[in-house]
Write a protein of this length. Structure first.
Length: 571
């Protein structure tokens, strides 16, 4: 039977209500139970079959751990190299350390990096706060890593939080892709691609904020995928109860109860906003995505006024749950700022004589108002800073080129003569050490081709999976065009693309999923698809092996580094 809506099933069932089969025709097989039919329509046969065999369940866990082990090796090996603060580590590592030490970001003296790198990590000014322009969650995570490794004297401590988060992101992507594409093998493919991508490796080995933004966005996305499945299972159960009791679905469908996974997604996205404000774009994109999923679920279940029903019982409660939760989590992430009067602009309202309105209650409520008003003023200064950030930078890049990594960001680069630094004395020529935030070229170039194809196929097949992965790319990429020429002139960088790197990987996995699903099992076409995928994975891993030295500051011959710079814009 061709899958369709449950309403279509009811109409087809009404045609064959007689007790005997038609003369000359074979007896039709019995219709499956209502709940089973609904689940097949709402989730798909492949998803329902996932995990039914012992081998599938074992590989779902064991395979994920093996891929995660690959990611751990690439991210943890000689994590302390280079032994100096690279790129924006100069801000976030030191800010994280003063947060861990004082509870607020203290100002540092002029040129503090040499002393900090040498082990003098307490030269901050305990009487002056530093003006910081990003929320504190990412810096608290960096600080936690330094505390767990016993201090900030070891460069590995600066980066351990990023490394752990990068490893967890690979494990999460395996599990998310497994559910998204209803295939353990495809989940492992997605995880392996992220495990060996250069953007993911570099950000896992540097103490920057964007890694943590990517992680919380990915967690939020995974929670919504689980919410989609759980909600559809409950919808199938409750519609089946109505029908089996002799009722009809009618104009409006059943309520689905509290959506715990949706709440978890809201908390995760609130933490993403607490790392960088660009997390708000994912709140909007994923919020729209999950509401559309609810609309289509009620339509598939045979609810007559599905759009009105989903709007009232799904969309409005979703907004009431998600938006206040995101805001509450974001404000809570500033709790240390509220608790310490030395925090930057913490007492702005009081110092500037900004009093609450006359109707505001006195006492402790006045202090609450003043703290909130000070935080609001602080946010306006941050907003002005970000919108006025137009200083020229050698590695600034237009977002149009991000998807092909046109102008990757150089985090660190040094050239040594033989016998100097890490360059062996018997080297045939100069050596180079580099940390270049450059994605695996094959993954990103294929991803650039895959995105428009996925868009067309998702529209053609009305495939929610294609829409889901494209929503992640759109939220992480498209808003930056508003800040670039011709609409703006803000200084922006390719390394921001780390936040949607997992979704670029998922576009490639989606195309592979379609190739597998639309070829018969054990057919020649299926074998061709599998072999092409295997060859592609081998080549991708080979490319990552070649580029790994310039992602991790390994000393290599200068000529080797030059040969890897395939485009002039990479230098």
């Amino acid at each position: 039977m061709v899958p369709g809506t449950y309403g279509a099933h009811l109409r087809r069932a009404a045609v064959s209500t007689g007790s005997f089969p038609a003369v000359g025709r074979p007896e039709a097989p019995p219709e499956p139970p209502v709940r089973e039919r609904l689940l097949r329509d709402l989730l798909g046969e492949r998803r329902l079959a996932l995990g039914r065999t012992v081998s599938d369940r074992v590989w779902g866990v064991l395979g994920a751990l093996l891929v995660t082990a690959v990611a751990a090796g690439a991210r943890l090996w000689e994590l302390a190299r280079p032994g100096s603060l690279v790129f924006d580590e100069t801000y976030y590592v030191k800010e994280g350390w003063s947060l861990a030490s004082l509870g607020w970001e203290a100002a540092w003296p002029e040129e503090p990096n040499p002393a900090f790198e040498a082990g003098d990590v307490s030269s901050y000014d305990t009487a002056e706060a530093e003006y910081v322009v990003h929320p504190p969650v990412g810096k608290w995570m960096i600080a936690l890593g330094m505390r767990l490794l016993g201090g900030a004297q070891d460069p590995a401590a600066w980066r351990i939080a990023s490394a752990v988060i990068g490893i967890l992101a690979v494990f999460l992507l395996v599990r998310i892709a497994r559910r998204l594409f209803a295939s353990t093998a495809l989940g492992l493919v997605a995880g392996l691609l992220l495990a060996v991508d250069g953007e993911a490796i570099v950000h896992s080995r540097t103490g920057l904020l964007d890694q943590f933004l990517m992680f919380w966005v990915l967690v939020g996305f995974g929670c919504l995928v689980l919410d989609r499945e759980g909600a559809r299972r409950r919808l199938a159960d409750r519609v089946a109860q109505i029908v089996e009791a002799g009722g009809a679905v009618g104009r409006y469908g059943p309520r689905l109860g509290f959506r715990w996974w949706r709440l978890a997604a809201a908390v995760s996205l609130g933490l993403a906003c607490g790392v960088k404000w660009s997390g708000l774009y994912f709140v909007a994109a994923f919020g729209l995505l999950t509401v559309v999923w609810d609309f289509t679920a009620r339509r598939t279940a045979g609810v007559e006024r599905w759009w009105e029903d989903a709007l009232v019982v799904d969309a409005v409660p979703a907004a009431v749950l998600v938006l206040p939760t995101v805001l509450a989590v974001y404000v809570a992430s500033w709790s240390a700022w509220f608790a310490h009067p030395m925090s930057y602009m913490r007492t702005w309202a009081e110092s500037n004589g900004v009093a609450p309105p006359g109707w505001w209650p006195g006492g402790w409520a006045t202090e609450v108002w003043q703290a909130g008003r000070s935080l609001w003023e602080y946010h306006t200064t941050m907003w002005a800073f970000h919108n006025g950030l137009d200083q020229p930078h050698n590695y600034a890049s237009h977002p149009l080129g991000w998807i092909v990594q046109w102008r990757p960001t150089s985090f660190y680069w040094e050239k040594y003569a033989p016998g100097q630094g890490p360059c062996p004395a018997d080297a045939a020529g100069d050596c180079a050490t580099a940390v270049t935030s450059l994605g695996n070229p094959l993954i990103w170039w294929l991803g650039a081709v895959a995105i428009p194809i996925v868009l067309v196929l998702a529209l053609r097949y009305r495939d929610w999976r294609g829409a889901a992965v494209l929503a992640g790319i759109a939220a992480g990429w498209l808003p930056w065009f508003l800040y670039a020429w011709p609409l703006g002139d803000r200084t922006i960088f390719t390394f921001y693309s780390i936040v949607f790197t997992p979704f670029v990987v998922l576009t490639l996995t989606y195309l592979l999923a379609l190739g597998v699903e639309r070829t018969p099992r054990r057919s020649g076409d299926r074998r061709v698809v599998v072999w092409l995928a295997a060859v592609l994975l081998v080549v991708v891993v080979g490319v990552s092996v070649l580029y790994y030295p310039i992602w991790t500051a390994m000393p290599v011959p200068y000529e080797y580094w030059q040969r890897l710079m395939l485009l002039p814009s990479w230098i």
